[in-house]
Design a protein around this ligand. Structure first.
Ligand code: ADE
Ligand code: ZN
Length: 353
Protein backbone atom coordinates (compact mmCIF):
# COMPACT_ATOMS: atom_id res chain seq x y z
CA UNK A 1 0.00 0.00 0.00
CA UNK A 2 1.52 3.32 -0.91
CA UNK A 3 0.89 6.69 0.68
CA UNK A 4 -1.66 7.53 -1.98
CA UNK A 5 -3.93 4.54 -1.37
CA UNK A 6 -3.54 4.21 2.37
CA UNK A 7 -6.44 5.22 4.56
CA UNK A 8 -5.35 6.05 8.06
CA UNK A 9 -8.30 6.50 10.32
CA UNK A 10 -7.18 8.65 13.19
CA UNK A 11 -3.73 9.18 11.74
CA UNK A 12 -2.40 12.38 10.25
CA UNK A 13 -3.07 12.58 6.53
CA UNK A 14 0.33 12.52 4.82
CA UNK A 15 1.37 15.97 3.52
CA UNK A 16 1.32 15.78 -0.28
CA UNK A 17 -1.78 13.60 -0.28
CA UNK A 18 -4.02 15.87 1.74
CA UNK A 19 -5.02 18.04 -1.19
CA UNK A 20 -5.85 15.01 -3.36
CA UNK A 21 -7.79 13.37 -0.56
CA UNK A 22 -9.81 16.54 0.12
CA UNK A 23 -10.42 17.09 -3.60
CA UNK A 24 -11.87 13.59 -3.93
CA UNK A 25 -14.43 14.14 -1.15
CA UNK A 26 -17.89 15.29 -2.24
CA UNK A 27 -18.93 18.10 0.04
CA UNK A 28 -21.52 20.78 0.69
CA UNK A 29 -20.72 24.44 1.22
CA UNK A 30 -23.07 26.10 3.71
CA UNK A 31 -21.42 29.44 4.44
CA UNK A 32 -20.68 31.30 1.25
CA UNK A 33 -21.57 34.90 0.39
CA UNK A 34 -22.01 35.18 -3.35
CA UNK A 35 -20.75 38.78 -3.23
CA UNK A 36 -17.63 37.38 -1.57
CA UNK A 37 -16.81 35.26 -4.61
CA UNK A 38 -16.28 38.34 -6.79
CA UNK A 39 -12.80 37.83 -8.25
CA UNK A 40 -11.10 41.10 -9.33
CA UNK A 41 -10.89 39.99 -12.99
CA UNK A 42 -14.67 39.59 -13.19
CA UNK A 43 -15.17 42.77 -11.14
CA UNK A 44 -13.22 44.75 -13.74
CA UNK A 45 -15.02 43.09 -16.65
CA UNK A 46 -18.47 43.88 -15.21
CA UNK A 47 -17.43 47.42 -14.21
CA UNK A 48 -16.36 48.07 -17.79
CA UNK A 49 -19.52 46.54 -19.24
CA UNK A 50 -21.63 48.78 -16.97
CA UNK A 51 -19.52 51.91 -17.41
CA UNK A 52 -18.75 52.04 -13.67
CA UNK A 53 -15.38 53.29 -12.45
CA UNK A 54 -13.60 51.26 -9.77
CA UNK A 55 -11.26 53.12 -7.39
CA UNK A 56 -8.41 50.79 -8.47
CA UNK A 57 -6.15 50.88 -11.52
CA UNK A 58 -5.60 47.14 -11.84
CA UNK A 59 -6.44 43.66 -10.61
CA UNK A 60 -3.13 43.69 -8.69
CA UNK A 61 -4.10 46.92 -6.95
CA UNK A 62 -7.43 45.39 -5.92
CA UNK A 63 -5.71 42.35 -4.45
CA UNK A 64 -3.20 44.55 -2.65
CA UNK A 65 -6.12 46.26 -0.89
CA UNK A 66 -7.16 42.91 0.66
CA UNK A 67 -5.11 43.33 3.85
CA UNK A 68 -7.71 43.49 6.57
CA UNK A 69 -7.38 44.27 10.27
CA UNK A 70 -10.91 43.24 11.20
CA UNK A 71 -14.39 42.48 9.86
CA UNK A 72 -15.34 46.13 9.25
CA UNK A 73 -12.18 46.76 7.21
CA UNK A 74 -13.17 43.90 4.95
CA UNK A 75 -16.85 44.85 4.72
CA UNK A 76 -16.01 48.37 3.50
CA UNK A 77 -14.08 46.94 0.53
CA UNK A 78 -16.58 44.13 -0.07
CA UNK A 79 -19.55 46.50 -0.36
CA UNK A 80 -17.54 48.78 -2.68
CA UNK A 81 -16.78 45.81 -4.97
CA UNK A 82 -20.43 44.75 -5.07
CA UNK A 83 -21.44 48.22 -6.26
CA UNK A 84 -20.59 47.39 -9.90
CA UNK A 85 -23.36 44.73 -9.98
CA UNK A 86 -26.35 46.33 -11.70
CA UNK A 87 -28.13 43.93 -14.07
CA UNK A 88 -29.54 40.40 -13.73
CA UNK A 89 -26.77 39.29 -16.11
CA UNK A 90 -24.13 40.53 -13.66
CA UNK A 91 -25.57 38.42 -10.85
CA UNK A 92 -25.81 35.48 -13.20
CA UNK A 93 -22.15 35.77 -14.21
CA UNK A 94 -21.04 36.13 -10.60
CA UNK A 95 -22.90 32.99 -9.49
CA UNK A 96 -21.94 31.01 -12.60
CA UNK A 97 -18.26 31.72 -11.92
CA UNK A 98 -18.58 30.58 -8.29
CA UNK A 99 -20.49 27.42 -9.22
CA UNK A 100 -17.88 26.43 -11.81
CA UNK A 101 -15.16 26.95 -9.20
CA UNK A 102 -17.14 25.03 -6.58
CA UNK A 103 -17.60 22.15 -8.98
CA UNK A 104 -13.80 21.96 -9.35
CA UNK A 105 -13.64 21.52 -5.56
CA UNK A 106 -16.18 18.67 -5.73
CA UNK A 107 -18.86 20.76 -4.04
CA UNK A 108 -22.08 18.85 -4.74
CA UNK A 109 -24.45 21.17 -2.89
CA UNK A 110 -24.20 24.87 -1.96
CA UNK A 111 -26.37 27.01 0.31
CA UNK A 112 -25.54 30.50 -0.84
CA UNK A 113 -26.01 33.80 0.99
CA UNK A 114 -26.82 37.01 -0.76
CA UNK A 115 -27.29 40.50 0.68
CA UNK A 116 -30.35 42.04 -1.02
CA UNK A 117 -29.97 45.40 0.72
CA UNK A 118 -26.47 45.89 -0.71
CA UNK A 119 -28.16 45.99 -4.11
CA UNK A 120 -31.69 47.32 -3.54
CA UNK A 121 -30.29 50.32 -1.62
CA UNK A 122 -28.47 51.26 -4.87
CA UNK A 123 -31.68 50.99 -6.88
CA UNK A 124 -31.16 47.48 -8.25
CA UNK A 125 -34.51 45.66 -8.25
CA UNK A 126 -34.75 42.63 -5.95
CA UNK A 127 -36.15 40.74 -8.93
CA UNK A 128 -32.99 41.34 -11.01
CA UNK A 129 -30.79 39.92 -8.25
CA UNK A 130 -32.90 36.80 -7.77
CA UNK A 131 -33.48 36.28 -11.48
CA UNK A 132 -29.75 36.41 -12.28
CA UNK A 133 -28.61 34.27 -9.36
CA UNK A 134 -31.45 31.80 -9.84
CA UNK A 135 -30.69 31.25 -13.51
CA UNK A 136 -27.06 30.38 -12.73
CA UNK A 137 -28.18 27.98 -10.00
CA UNK A 138 -30.59 26.23 -12.37
CA UNK A 139 -27.89 25.90 -15.03
CA UNK A 140 -25.39 24.38 -12.58
CA UNK A 141 -27.92 21.80 -11.47
CA UNK A 142 -28.89 20.93 -15.05
CA UNK A 143 -25.31 20.84 -16.37
CA UNK A 144 -23.39 19.19 -13.57
CA UNK A 145 -25.85 18.19 -10.87
CA UNK A 146 -24.68 20.76 -8.32
CA UNK A 147 -27.76 21.48 -6.20
CA UNK A 148 -28.18 24.72 -4.29
CA UNK A 149 -30.34 27.02 -2.21
CA UNK A 150 -30.44 30.79 -1.77
CA UNK A 151 -30.48 32.35 1.69
CA UNK A 152 -31.28 36.06 1.89
CA UNK A 153 -29.38 37.87 4.64
CA UNK A 154 -30.38 41.00 6.50
CA UNK A 155 -27.59 43.54 7.03
CA UNK A 156 -27.38 43.89 10.79
CA UNK A 157 -25.82 47.38 10.70
CA UNK A 158 -29.17 48.59 9.27
CA UNK A 159 -32.37 48.74 11.30
CA UNK A 160 -35.09 46.16 11.72
CA UNK A 161 -37.61 48.22 9.70
CA UNK A 162 -35.31 47.94 6.66
CA UNK A 163 -35.04 44.18 7.26
CA UNK A 164 -38.85 43.97 7.29
CA UNK A 165 -39.04 45.73 3.90
CA UNK A 166 -36.42 43.35 2.55
CA UNK A 167 -38.27 40.31 3.85
CA UNK A 168 -41.48 41.48 2.16
CA UNK A 169 -39.58 41.94 -1.11
CA UNK A 170 -38.11 38.45 -0.70
CA UNK A 171 -41.48 36.86 -0.04
CA UNK A 172 -42.54 37.93 -3.54
CA UNK A 173 -39.89 35.41 -4.69
CA UNK A 174 -40.75 32.76 -2.13
CA UNK A 175 -40.05 29.92 -4.59
CA UNK A 176 -36.42 31.06 -4.85
CA UNK A 177 -35.68 31.83 -1.20
CA UNK A 178 -34.89 28.89 1.09
CA UNK A 179 -34.25 30.82 4.29
CA UNK A 180 -33.06 33.99 5.98
CA UNK A 181 -29.71 34.91 7.51
CA UNK A 182 -28.05 37.76 9.40
CA UNK A 183 -24.66 39.18 8.47
CA UNK A 184 -22.46 42.31 8.29
CA UNK A 185 -20.95 44.20 11.27
CA UNK A 186 -21.53 42.02 14.31
CA UNK A 187 -20.36 44.02 17.32
CA UNK A 188 -23.03 46.35 18.63
CA UNK A 189 -25.73 44.69 16.50
CA UNK A 190 -27.01 41.76 18.56
CA UNK A 191 -29.50 39.22 17.21
CA UNK A 192 -32.12 40.68 19.59
CA UNK A 193 -32.32 43.71 17.28
CA UNK A 194 -33.97 41.46 14.65
CA UNK A 195 -36.25 39.35 16.79
CA UNK A 196 -39.53 40.44 15.17
CA UNK A 197 -38.42 40.14 11.57
CA UNK A 198 -37.14 36.63 12.21
CA UNK A 199 -40.47 35.82 13.85
CA UNK A 200 -42.21 37.00 10.68
CA UNK A 201 -39.83 34.94 8.49
CA UNK A 202 -40.58 31.82 10.55
CA UNK A 203 -44.31 32.46 10.22
CA UNK A 204 -43.76 32.50 6.44
CA UNK A 205 -42.08 29.09 6.70
CA UNK A 206 -38.50 30.28 6.21
CA UNK A 207 -35.81 28.63 8.36
CA UNK A 208 -33.18 30.94 9.83
CA UNK A 209 -29.43 31.08 10.31
CA UNK A 210 -27.32 33.89 11.74
CA UNK A 211 -23.70 34.96 11.94
CA UNK A 212 -22.86 34.91 15.63
CA UNK A 213 -19.69 34.65 17.68
CA UNK A 214 -17.36 35.66 14.83
CA UNK A 215 -16.21 38.94 16.44
CA UNK A 216 -19.15 39.12 18.83
CA UNK A 217 -19.51 37.48 22.27
CA UNK A 218 -21.01 34.07 23.16
CA UNK A 219 -24.18 35.88 24.29
CA UNK A 220 -24.94 36.64 20.63
CA UNK A 221 -24.89 32.89 19.88
CA UNK A 222 -27.28 32.33 22.76
CA UNK A 223 -29.58 35.09 21.45
CA UNK A 224 -29.51 33.70 17.91
CA UNK A 225 -30.75 30.37 19.28
CA UNK A 226 -33.26 31.62 21.84
CA UNK A 227 -34.63 34.72 20.07
CA UNK A 228 -34.14 34.05 16.36
CA UNK A 229 -34.61 30.25 16.65
CA UNK A 230 -31.86 29.60 14.13
CA UNK A 231 -31.16 26.11 12.81
CA UNK A 232 -27.46 26.81 12.21
CA UNK A 233 -24.91 29.25 13.59
CA UNK A 234 -22.54 30.89 11.10
CA UNK A 235 -19.02 30.93 12.60
CA UNK A 236 -19.76 30.38 16.31
CA UNK A 237 -16.08 30.51 17.35
CA UNK A 238 -16.85 32.45 20.54
CA UNK A 239 -18.86 29.54 21.98
CA UNK A 240 -15.59 28.14 23.34
CA UNK A 241 -15.58 30.98 25.89
CA UNK A 242 -18.68 29.53 27.57
CA UNK A 243 -18.72 25.87 28.68
CA UNK A 244 -22.48 25.83 29.28
CA UNK A 245 -23.08 27.13 25.78
CA UNK A 246 -20.81 24.46 24.29
CA UNK A 247 -22.73 21.78 26.20
CA UNK A 248 -26.01 23.17 24.92
CA UNK A 249 -24.80 23.34 21.29
CA UNK A 250 -23.63 19.72 21.55
CA UNK A 251 -26.91 18.62 23.10
CA UNK A 252 -28.93 20.37 20.39
CA UNK A 253 -26.58 19.14 17.67
CA UNK A 254 -26.49 22.71 16.37
CA UNK A 255 -24.38 23.00 13.20
CA UNK A 256 -21.62 25.62 13.19
CA UNK A 257 -20.47 26.79 9.77
CA UNK A 258 -16.83 27.54 10.50
CA UNK A 259 -14.61 29.47 8.05
CA UNK A 260 -10.92 28.99 8.90
CA UNK A 261 -9.17 31.15 6.27
CA UNK A 262 -11.72 33.92 6.83
CA UNK A 263 -10.94 33.83 10.55
CA UNK A 264 -7.22 34.24 9.80
CA UNK A 265 -7.69 37.09 7.30
CA UNK A 266 -10.12 38.97 9.56
CA UNK A 267 -7.87 38.42 12.60
CA UNK A 268 -10.46 36.44 14.52
CA UNK A 269 -7.54 34.06 15.18
CA UNK A 270 -3.83 34.92 15.24
CA UNK A 271 -2.87 32.30 12.67
CA UNK A 272 -4.16 29.04 11.26
CA UNK A 273 -2.21 26.98 13.83
CA UNK A 274 -4.26 28.72 16.54
CA UNK A 275 -7.59 27.96 14.86
CA UNK A 276 -10.10 26.35 17.26
CA UNK A 277 -11.59 23.89 14.74
CA UNK A 278 -9.84 20.84 16.23
CA UNK A 279 -10.88 21.87 19.73
CA UNK A 280 -14.43 22.27 18.49
CA UNK A 281 -14.41 18.77 16.99
CA UNK A 282 -12.84 17.32 20.15
CA UNK A 283 -15.61 18.85 22.24
CA UNK A 284 -18.24 17.14 20.12
CA UNK A 285 -19.50 20.23 18.29
CA UNK A 286 -21.24 19.73 14.95
CA UNK A 287 -18.71 21.60 12.80
CA UNK A 288 -18.55 22.21 9.06
CA UNK A 289 -15.80 23.89 7.00
CA UNK A 290 -16.61 26.67 4.54
CA UNK A 291 -14.98 29.50 2.62
CA UNK A 292 -17.16 32.55 3.53
CA UNK A 293 -15.78 35.07 0.98
CA UNK A 294 -13.19 33.09 -0.97
CA UNK A 295 -12.23 35.80 -3.48
CA UNK A 296 -11.17 38.01 -0.55
CA UNK A 297 -9.68 35.47 1.84
CA UNK A 298 -7.26 33.56 -0.37
CA UNK A 299 -8.96 30.20 -0.67
CA UNK A 300 -12.01 28.23 -1.78
CA UNK A 301 -13.48 25.43 0.28
CA UNK A 302 -10.83 22.78 -0.43
CA UNK A 303 -8.11 25.26 0.54
CA UNK A 304 -9.89 25.65 3.88
CA UNK A 305 -9.98 21.88 4.48
CA UNK A 306 -6.31 21.52 3.53
CA UNK A 307 -5.22 24.49 5.67
CA UNK A 308 -6.79 23.09 8.83
CA UNK A 309 -5.69 19.54 8.06
CA UNK A 310 -2.07 20.61 7.74
CA UNK A 311 -2.00 23.15 10.57
CA UNK A 312 -4.02 21.16 13.11
CA UNK A 313 -2.93 17.64 12.14
CA UNK A 314 -6.39 16.41 11.17
CA UNK A 315 -6.59 12.81 10.01
CA UNK A 316 -8.55 11.44 7.09
CA UNK A 317 -11.35 10.37 9.39
CA UNK A 318 -11.66 13.98 10.59
CA UNK A 319 -11.83 15.25 6.99
CA UNK A 320 -14.52 12.70 6.11
CA UNK A 321 -16.40 13.68 9.27
CA UNK A 322 -16.32 17.34 8.20
CA UNK A 323 -17.61 16.49 4.71
CA UNK A 324 -20.29 14.25 6.25
CA UNK A 325 -21.33 17.05 8.60
CA UNK A 326 -21.67 19.40 5.64
CA UNK A 327 -24.37 17.23 4.06
CA UNK A 328 -26.02 16.38 7.37
CA UNK A 329 -26.31 20.08 8.30
CA UNK A 330 -27.66 21.01 4.86
CA UNK A 331 -31.26 21.63 3.92
CA UNK A 332 -31.31 18.84 1.36
CA UNK A 333 -34.36 16.60 1.72
CA UNK A 334 -33.89 13.13 3.17
CA UNK A 335 -33.54 11.30 -0.12
CA UNK A 336 -31.06 13.74 -1.68
CA UNK A 337 -29.08 13.85 1.56
CA UNK A 338 -28.83 10.05 1.68
CA UNK A 339 -27.62 9.89 -1.89
CA UNK A 340 -24.93 12.57 -1.30
CA UNK A 341 -23.79 10.72 1.83
CA UNK A 342 -23.56 7.47 -0.16
CA UNK A 343 -21.36 9.30 -2.72
CA UNK A 344 -19.18 10.46 0.16
CA UNK A 345 -18.89 6.97 1.64
CA UNK A 346 -17.81 5.60 -1.73
CA UNK A 347 -15.18 8.33 -2.16
CA UNK A 348 -13.86 7.91 1.39
CA UNK A 349 -13.61 4.11 1.35
CA UNK A 350 -10.11 2.71 0.92
CA UNK A 351 -9.68 1.22 -2.57
CA UNK A 352 -10.15 -2.57 -2.68
CA UNK A 353 -7.12 -4.80 -3.13
N1 ADE B 1 -20.59 39.35 5.04
C1 ADE B 1 -19.73 38.72 4.24
N2 ADE B 1 -18.83 38.05 4.96
C2 ADE B 1 -19.13 38.24 6.25
C3 ADE B 1 -18.57 37.81 7.48
N3 ADE B 1 -17.50 37.02 7.53
N4 ADE B 1 -19.15 38.24 8.63
C4 ADE B 1 -20.21 39.04 8.59
N5 ADE B 1 -20.76 39.47 7.47
C5 ADE B 1 -20.23 39.08 6.31
ZN1 ZN C 1 -20.06 34.95 6.49
Amino acid sequence: MNEKTSNRPGGAAPGADIADFVAALPKAELHLHIEGTFEPELMFAIAERNGVRLPYASVEEVRAAYAFSNLQDFLDIYYAGASVLLEAEDFHDLAAAYLARARADNVRHAEIFFDPQTHTDRGVPFAAVVEGLGRALDEAEARFGLTSRLIMCFLRHLDEAAAFDTLEAGLAHRDRIAGVGLDSSERGHPPSKFREVFRRARAAGLPAVAHAGEEGPPEYIREAIDLLEVVRIDHGNACLEDDDLVADLVRRRMPLTVCPLSNVRLRVVDDIAAHPLKRMLDRGLFVTVNSDDPAYFGGYVNDNYVAVAEALGLGRDDLVRLARNSFEASWLDGHAKASRLAELDAAAAPPAG
